[in-house]
Every structure is written in structure tokens, then in C-alpha cells.
Design a binder for this molecule. Structure first.
Ligand code: NCD
Length: 336
């Protein structure tokens, strides 16, 4: 049917014009067997016949998700891949992109995203720079999903957080939500604040060491919108926790503590690390209809002794992450 090739090692192997022409003719036919064309209308009888001759699948190919992770991830990348595979699609996972992709050769995010769109039907990006996903979206022919852009946002995390709140408390309005920890650098709490600000009857409590207080631009956003919030600094955690519906805990974002030359600032991190811990004494004062959340990974800010308390829902969040991402992928790739 087609000429059998074995190793491809040097161009002289293609010195026969007939072989080169055969390769190019076959290449011309390949886009036909790629998505959309076959997907949107099914093959014509001639195309189906040709597929048969070439022993190519007559079914439209599976949708492909491209995961481009410039920063570490466990849950987000695995749940996106798992979500895509559960929808009978495929995933291409590139992690440590900074080191192992063309970024290491100096390629910028715009070019990488543009190229990735030729190989994937949607792209998930996690990047250390705030605004990176938006930059990529401006240059991408396929949908971009922000899986965390530096200290900016992490929108899909917020959607799974809100889904979990709804599942556990039965509502996403009329809530007293305390956010605890690194509110300056934590992108999950930034995204969560922006979305909660659009719900009814929300009161927010920002509980942090002074060095890690909520970002000024977000404080300003809340003030302009007239959303009630309190900045709790130096108060006993238990005194705030007893009135909350949701205590959302975050880890101190160690990787964001940098000296002006870009090297890790261990001293600044050590100074705030361990400054708050949610343990039995905290959950004991919380209401029976309240929950403790955490996007994970945790370091030492939640004592493992409370893991078995039904109000500790962080592992429920990570499980829900897959299903919320399945729903999002369905809407992105199959919405009308
Ligand atoms: C979060 C992140 O990457 O922002 N992790 C996650 O996606 N669940 C939280 C964190 O790293 O602290």
C-alpha cells in the first residue's frame, strides 16, 4: 500500500524522487484525517474509501488537550489529563516547560502557545508570570485555560472550590468566608475573592500575618464594589473562626519569596512560615455546618489531626477538581 520505511537517519535516504513524491502526496492527504473535517460532517464515501485503502481510522480522531506547565503541579495537571481521558480524549503533558521545552532555548509564551495550538484542541497553561495565560490567549488559535499565572489567578481552582462549597453547604450566597495565610501571593485566594465578590450576602475575612496581607488592588476592588470585608491582623484565629461558614486555608507560597537578584529569599520565608496553624483547637470552635478548605498542597498550616473531621473538605475539593474540569472541557470543546 505505502512504501515501508525503517530508520530515518539522514536525508540521502530520500534521494529517490519517487519516494519523496510518495511522502509528499501522503502528507497532502493527512489533514483530511485530522479533526474537524471528519468530525463536523463525517467522511464522504470517497474519503471513507480512501481511509480504508490507507488503513486509517474512519472515526474522527480523539480530541487532544495540551498541558503546558512551567511551574510544578500534581492535582491540576493530573486532574485535567484525567478529565480529558475520561471524556475519551487524549492529553499531551509538558511539565517543567522552562527546562525541557523550547522555552529553554529562549522561545516566548506567545510562540509556544501558537505552535501548541497546531497539536492540541485546547491548552492548559501554568506559568510563573502573572498575565501569561492572557498573553498566550491573544496568540492562540485554540482555547487557553489558565491553570495559575504566577501570583495572579487560578480560575479553575475557584470553580471547584465553589462547587465544593455548594455541595457541602448547599449554597454559594450568604456566606462568611475567612481566607487564611498567604493572601499576598496566593493566586487561589485572589480568584476566589473576585468570584465571591459577585455573589449575594458575602462577608470576607482576610486573616494573615501583616507581610502577607491581601493584595492592595483586590482590597480596592472590594471597596469600590462595596463588598463587606475585614482585614484581620494579629487577632486570635479562633475568635474569627468561630463565626465562619468557610475557612479557606493557604500555604505560604515559598517560591514567591525572592531576593532582588531573583534567588530564593529563605530568611524572608522563614520569618513568616509557621505563623498560623489550623488544628483541633480551631476546628473545635467552628460551627457544625462550617467547612475547612485548602487548595493543597499543604505544608504545616493544617494539622493532620483534623483530616478525619467531616468539616475538613480539602480532599473532597481535589476529587471534585476532576469533575469540574470535565464539565469545563465539555463546554469548551463541545459547546454550541
Ligand atoms: C495551588 C496553586 O498552584 O496555586 N495549587 C493547586 O493548584 N491546587 C495552591 C498552592 O500551590 O499553594
Amino acid at each position: 500500500m505505502v512504501t515501508k520505511l525503517h530508520h530515518i537517519l539522514e536525508t540521502q535516504q530520500f534521494k529517490e524522487d519517487a519516494l519523496l513524491q510518495e511522502l509528499f502526496a501522503l502528507t497532502d492527504e493527512m489533514p483530511l484525517f485530522d479533526i474537524i473535517k471528519l468530525k463536523n460532517r463525517g467522511p464522504t464515501p470517497e474519503e471513507a474509501e480512501r481511509c480504508k485503502q490507507l488503513r486509517l481510522p474512519q472515526e474522527p480522531r480523539k480530541l487532544i488537550l495540551g498541558n503546558l506547565f512551567y511551574e510544578p503541579s500534581t492535582r491540576t495537571m493530573m486532574s485535567f489529563s484525567s478529565a480529558m481521558m475520561s471524556l475519551e480524549g487524549n492529553a499531551i503533558n509538558l511539565f517543567d516547560v522552562e527546562r525541557f521545552s523550547s522555552a529553554a532555548k529562549g522561545e516566548n509564551i506567545e510562540d509556544t502557545a501558537r505552535v501548541a495550538g497546531d497539536y492540541a484542541d485546547a491548552i492548559v497553561i501554568r506559568h510563573k508570570e502573572e498575565g501569561a495565560a492572557k498573553k498566550a490567549a491573544r496568540h492562540s488559535s485554540v482555547p487557553i485555560i489558565n491553570a495559575g499565572d504566577g501570583t495572579g489567578q487560578h480560575p479553575t481552582q475557584t470553580l471547584l472550590d465553589l462547587y465544593t462549597i455548594r455541595q457541602k453547604l448547599g449554597r454559594i450566597d450568604d456566606l462568611k468566608v475567612g481566607m487564611l495565610g498567604d493572601l499576598l501571593n496566593g493566586r487561589t485566594v485572589h480568584s476566589l475573592t473576585y468570584l465571591l465578590a459577585h455573589r449575594e450576602g458575602i462577608k470576607l475575612y482576610f486573616i494573615s500575618p501583616p507581610e502577607l496581607a491581601m493584595r492592595p488592588d483586590i482590597i480596592q476592588y472590594l471597596s469600590e464594589k462595596g463588598i463587606p470585608f475585614e482585614q484581620v491582623v494579629g487577632e486570635e484565629l479562633r475568635d474569627v473562626a468561630r463565626n465562619l461558614d468557610v475557612l479557606y486555608v493557604t500555604r505560604v507560597q515559598k517560591e514567591r519569596f525572592l531576593k532582588p537578584d531573583g534567588s530564593p529569599d529563605e530568611k524572608a520565608y522563614e520569618a513568616v512560615k509557621g505563623s498560623y496553624v489550623v488544628d483541633g483547637s480551631v476546628i473545635d470552635v467552628m460551627g457544625l455546618n462550617s467547612i475547612v478548605m485548602h487548595p493543597l498542597p499543604r505544608v504545616d498550616e493544617i494539622d493532620r489531626e483534623i483530616d478525619s473531621d467531616p468539616r475538613a473538605v480539602y480532599f473532597v475539593q481535589s476529587r471534585n477538581g476532576k469533575y469540574v474540569r470535565m464539565a469545563l472541557l465539555k463546554m469548551i470543546l463541545d459547546g454550541e
